[in-house]
Ligand binder design. Structure first.
Ligand SMILES: NC(=O)C1=CN([C@@H]2O[C@H](COP(=O)(O)OP(=O)(O)OC[C@H]3O[C@@H](n4cnc5c(N)ncnc54)[C@H](OP(=O)(O)O)[C@@H]3O)[C@@H](O)[C@H]2O)C=CC1
Ligand SMILES: O=C(O)[C@@H]1CCC=N1
Length: 273
């Protein structure tokens, strides 16, 4: 894993759910010292929380935050990008600063318009980053120095897996791993509800559903087997699991995922306009 120089300053513009997950990962993983990191968020409450929890410098002034920055992580909602990254902020950026965006539906061309003249990296992380199990895709323009891209990848490797991709894959990746935790929490909640219906206490039903999802995911990763083979291992002929799977298929579970992914692609395209 690439190292980040002790003299390099990393700045978060916006530090909510995802920004904090990345911040926690790089501090806990020892990738950077807390003195190297600065966060800029507008509300006093969030500023106080980040300062107290992580001991990092925090400010409400985005321009002040980027002074001396090596890497600027844009972790605001895409709808807030133009408000957060004003012309004044761009003027205050050090000439060599690289911009790393985690904003969904914000492509490299849009990033170049936002931060003209700076190398840009586009990423799509996900919330399991906060427990060291993230999945992050990265793509960059050819202005990004290879060592800076390595450092950017190291940030996300400190809290999960990474993959470098062509930009054209980013929207589909958003629909699978970026939004995926949302789908799986719906499934977890639904399975737990069904357990409650079958008479289990709520806390036990949630634990059974969550550990089963986590264990199945790890099996998929560790065995390298096709999901259909893993499903077959659970499914005795004439047994109980196949009865449950038939009910799921009757309810169109596969079609529901095709539709979910298509809905994200459509929404992403609409947001770009
Ligand atoms: N959540 C997810 O699963 C994923 C999110 N993303 C992307 O990450 C980005 C952030 O999402 P998420 O963390 O969920 O959002 P949050 O709403 O949790 O965080 C947004 C942050 O931006 C700050 N902010 C708002 N306006 C400004 C401004 N003008 N200047 C500086 N900071 C500002 C907020 O500050 P304050 O707290 O003070 O209001 C907050 O800290 C989005 O672009 C999203 O597409 C990508 C992958 C997954
Ligand atoms: O819903 C969103 O906008 C972000 C993008 C990927 C996951 N969450």
């Amino acid at each position: 894993m690439a190292k980040i120089k002790e003299t390099d300053k990393i700045v978060f513009i916006g530090c909510g759910a995802m920004g904090e997950a990345i911040l926690k990962g790089i501090l806990q993983g020892g990738l950077v010292r807390k003195e190297q990191v600065t966060a800029a968020v507008p509300t006093a409450k969030r500023q106080a929380y980040l300062k107290e929890t992580y001991g990092i410098p925090v400010t409400g002034d985005n321009r002040e935050a980027v002074a001396g920055a090596h890497l600027v992580i844009l972790a605001v909602k895409p709808q807030m990008a133009k408000e957060a990254v004003t012309g004044d902020l761009v003027a205050a950026l050090p000439e060599k600063a690289t911009i790393l965006s985690i904003m969904g539906s914000y492509d490299l061309a849009m990033l170049h318009d936002l931060v003209p003249g700076h190398p840009v990296i586009r990423t799509m992380p996900n919330t399991p980053l906060s427990v060291g199990m993230g999945m992050t895709a990265l793509t960059a323009d050819d202005q990004v120095a290879p060592e800076v891209l390595d450092e950017a990848e190291a940030i996300f490797q400190s809290c999960g897996e990474t993959v470098r991709v062509d930009e054209k894959a980013m929207e589909a990746i958003t629909a699978i791993s970026g939004c995926g935790p949302g789908y799986f929490f719906v499934v977890m909640d639904a399975l737990a509800d069904a357990g409650v219906m079958a008479g289990l206490p709520r806390a036990l039903a949630i634990k059974l559903a969550a550990q089963t999802m986590a264990g199945s995911g790890v099996m998929g990763l560790k065995t390298g087997l096709h999901p259909a083979q893993l499903r077959d291992q659970v499914t005795s002929p004439g047994g109980t699991t196949i009865a449950g799977i038939k009910a799921l298929e009757n309810h169109g579970v596969r079609g529901a995922f095709y539709d979910a992914v298509q809905a994200v692609l459509d929404r992403s395209a609409a947001l770009k306009k």
